[in-house]
Ligand binder design. Structure first.
Ligand SMILES: O=C(O)CCC(=O)C(=O)O
Length: 284
């Protein structure tokens, strides 16, 4: 159970670091992750050079991922942060510098929509506060994520835009480097202005997932991409009863997408990191 001050930190600063992966899960997760990474590393570089993550399919891939998802730590933390009714979206392993040397993902907000004024920008941000994404480090030394605390509730500043215009990878005022010990997780609102800075030689295999509340309005693009296996007969019954309510919500959500009940994002919305930087730095 999180303390009130941890929840407040998440709400106001947009992130909170929480220790406590069950130690019995660490080795099985490392083994499962290494096997998936090995699979991924066989993809020819010209087909995979842009990828820095591997997707896990709980219930299809190694049992360790399901055990991790079903842990009280993960579900309890998410419920403390965003409420009791959860919709699972995705689970990846973030890799950082694998096969790419030193590089950085530019400052961005994930999946941000386009807007015409700071008021519209804040309205979009405030509509998306009932979700969280997390990074849980499986190895020592994960200091790849950097965030601008509090930026998930306010417009990007003129000073930030000025800096990004000169260099979308430059340091920004008040940036915080998120340092994770093994088994620690940072839960964060991915609308925080953030980036990933990756160093050659750092073994980074960091579990990275996204969960939202059923109450969170969202566009189709973001939920359960690549998770059609969840719609197969018998899938739900195959997972731990602990996970079923959350997975049932995901499946219901996917049905709504397939039936066209959830509006598709407008063209140009749900921007990726590069698009985001181009959008905010464009002359106005
Ligand atoms: O590697 C990281 O921790 C940052 C990931 C990131 O920038 C993103 O998920 O949008």
């Amino acid at each position: 159970m999180l303390t009130q001050s941890q929840v407040k930190h998440f709400q106001e600063q947009g992130y909170v670091i929480v220790p406590g992966l069950n130690p019995a899960l660490l080795e099985p997760l490392r083994r499962a992750s290494a096997a998936k990474v090995e699979e991924w590393s066989k993809i020819p570089l010209d087909q995979a050079s842009d990828r820095y993550w591997v997707q896990f399919r709980p219930g299809i891939d190694d049992q360790a991922f399901l055990d991790y998802m079903a842990s009280d730590k993960l579900l309890g933390t998410m419920q403390d942060l965003i409420g009791p009714n959860l919709v699972w979206n995705a689970l990846f392993c973030l890799l950082g510098a694998y096969r790419r040397g030193n590089w950085a993902r530019v400052w961005h907000r994930d999946g941000m929509n386009r807007y015409n004024s700071p008021e519209e920008e804040v309205a979009i941000l405030m509509q998306r506060q009932l979700h969280a994404q997390w990074n849980c480090a499986l190895y020592e030394g994960d200091n790849c994520l950097q965030v601008i605390p509090g930026s998930h509730r306010r417009p990007i500043t003129a000073q930030e835009v000025l800096i990004l215009r000169q260099d979308p990878n430059a340091d920004l005022p008040n940036q915080v480097v998120v340092e994770l010990q093994v088994g620690e997780a940072v839960y964060y609102n991915h609308l925080l202005i953030h980036r990933g800075v990756y160093k050659e030689g750092l073994r980074r295999e960091t579990l990275h997932g996204h969960i939202m509340a059923v109450e969170q309005p969202w566009e189709t693009i973001h939920v359960a991409r690549g998770a059609e296996y969840m719609l197969e007969a018998g899938y739900l019954e195959s997972v731990s009863p602990h996970l079923r309510p959350m997975f049932e919500n995901t499946i219901a959500y996917m049905h709504k997408i397939n039936q066209g009940q959830i509006p598709a994002p407008k063209p140009g919305d749900g921007m990726g990191s590069r698009e985001y930087v181009e959008f905010v730095t464009a002359p106005r």
